[in-house]
Design a protein around this ligand. Structure first.
Ligand SMILES: [Mn+2]
Length: 499
């Protein structure tokens, strides 16, 4: 990792590097009343009170949260409804003709799509021809706005709302009708799950989510969490992976909507199933990744791995692990019935989406963004893909990480509170990496036989969980600070790297 050091005022540098101003972090004022598109969508929706709805969602965390939020709203408004989440392996993403036909059979008169629908041109046309009105609430990109009864998308809203996930948009919509804690929590969760960023209205929802979660009132989330508090770590490592595991292993995601809205007794029972599925997901993906790493073609510029017993839902997880272990862009496919379906991941500094988009006509499906993509192709086309990869040079650009050099005398609670005020962090607002140097430590010791710990002064110690070599020479540390849970009024510097 290469670093770009910044000395001088920490906050000035941080704002500049993140391209933001203090105002961008202000969550005290958002004017929903000026969002014309949202109000129009509401008006249309209000004409449908006596209809029979089918909510059609998606199987990832965002789609499940969005489904739960809209289901809760329809229940609150006493509107008759059913919901449906398609199966990842059998149906794939989004509204399809079979769902529309099933809806017709069940006398559904309104299909309300969440986290999908923005490019479901044909199924929506079919629905309309069967006299079913379609309401679309989605945040996926589209080429041309779909013709349907009602349409709401972050693109139609003003800037603070443009990075909303589908769940966040669903929460915004439901807030026009009532204040609901559970909807706020699931809106915030969906934003983190979909990695859409932490600025604008997203920031408000995430902050409110943590406030509510840390009261301990939301048992659905308490049961998913394995930590005593809710923070970015517990949400990202415990809660979201469990929700996503269900569809990854091809279990029925409808279970999760019921869980998120279930009573305590139901949740207490179902959490065991969810945890078991997640454990299965963990062991399967780590076993497959290990097998691959023990036996793969190291000469390739891009790792391409094809298996026949990888579940589609975990190809992305495996690709991620292989990418991190090898430092190379990685594509992992599962082959079934002559079709390869898979996921690509790339390290920062290489855009795998752009790289593969050039060959888009080889693929049956293709989508994604800079460092992650999903694709499928016919077996016969695979050789062409390999030839393209073999023939073309790839260059992974050097990525510099911003590091804020802090005078050792300024590493104190005042600095910590400045950093805390910047939270929550995410893709568009990185947690500031700090550096300290030009200091002398009083003492050093090996903790648990494997971690180097340095006592700098009464208020500050530093620990490396990556290096247990006490003889290592260095000029300073790069890392993060937090409150010391063992010493009163003291801070700990977690060392990520040595200078
Ligand atoms: Mn989404």
């Amino acid at each position: 990792m290469k670093y770009r050091f910044h000395s001088g005022d920490f906050l000035d540098n941080y704002y500049r590097n993140n391209n933001i101003s203090v105002d961008d972090l202000d969550t005290s004022f958002f004017d929903i009343k000026k969002e014309e598109a949202l109000l129009t969508f509401k008006k249309t929706f209000e004409t449908l009170k006596n209809e029979k709805f089918l909510i059609v969602g998606d199987y990832d965390c965002d789609g499940i949260c969005a489904t739960a939020i809209i289901k809760r709203l329809l229940t609150h408004l006493n509107i008759e409804h059913l919901f449906y989440i398609p199966s990842r392996s059998k149906e794939g993403y989004g509204l399809n003709d079979d769902i529309v036909k099933m809806a017709k059979k069940n006398n559904i008169t309104v299909i309300f799509t969440v986290d999908n629908g923005a490019s479901a041109y044909e199924p929506i046309e079919l629905a309309t021809s069967l006299d079913i009105k379609v309401m679309v609430l989605d945040h996926h990109e589209y080429v041309k706005q779909v013709e349907c009864y009602g349409f709401i998308h972050p693109n139609l809203l003003s800037k603070p709302f443009q990075k909303l996930s589908a769940g966040g948009l669903a929460t915004l919509f439901s807030s026009l009708f009532y204040e609901d804690e559970l909807s706020i929590v699931y809106g915030g969760l969906s934003i983190i799950g979909d990695v859409v960023g932490v600025l604008g209205y997203n920031r408000l929802l995430i902050k409110k989510m943590y406030e509510i979660l840390n009261t301990g009132r939301i048992y659905q989330m308490n049961l998913l969490n394995e930590s005593s508090k809710f923070d970015a770590h517990s949400i990202n490592y415990f809660c979201i992976p469990k929700i996503n595991a269900v569809s990854r292993l091809d279990y029925n995601s409808n279970l999760l909507v019921k869980y998120l809205l279930g009573d305590y007794a139901y949740c207490l029972k179902e959490i065991n199933t969810i945890t078991k599925i997640n454990n299965e997901r963990k062991s399967l993906s780590s076993k497959l990744s290990k097998d691959i790493l023990n036996n793969y073609d190291k000469s390739k510029k891009i790792n391409i791995i094809v298996g026949e017993d990888y579940l589609e839902g975990i190809c992305g997880l495996i690709a991620n692990r292989i990418m991190y272990s090898t430092g190379k862009p990685t594509i992992v496919f599962n082959k079934k019935d002559g079709i390869l379906k898979g996921s690509g991941r790339s390290p920062e500094g290489f855009n795998i989406y752009e790289y593969l988009k050039v060959k888009e006509d080889l693929f049956l499906t293709f989508g994604g963004h800079e460092n992650a993509c999903g694709l499928s192709l016919n077996e016969e086309k695979f050789a062409y893909l390999c030839a393209y990869i073999d023939d073309c040079d790839i260059e992974i650009k050097e990525v510099y990480e911003d590091v804020y050099l802090i005078d050792i005398n300024n590493v104190n609670f005042d600095l910590l509170s400045k950093i805390k005020k910047l939270e929550p962090f995410g893709v568009d607002l990185k947690e500031p990496l700090l550096a300290i140097k030009d200091f002398e430590y009083q003492n050093k010791t090996l903790v648990s036989n494997r971690f180097s710990k340095y006592f700098i002064n009464d208020q500050l110690s530093a620990i490396s969980f990556k290096n247990g070599d006490l003889n290592k020479e260095f000029e300073g540390f790069i890392g993060y600070i937090e409150e010391d849970t063992y010493r009163k009024n003291a801070l700990v510097f977690t060392i990520e790297d040595f200078i």
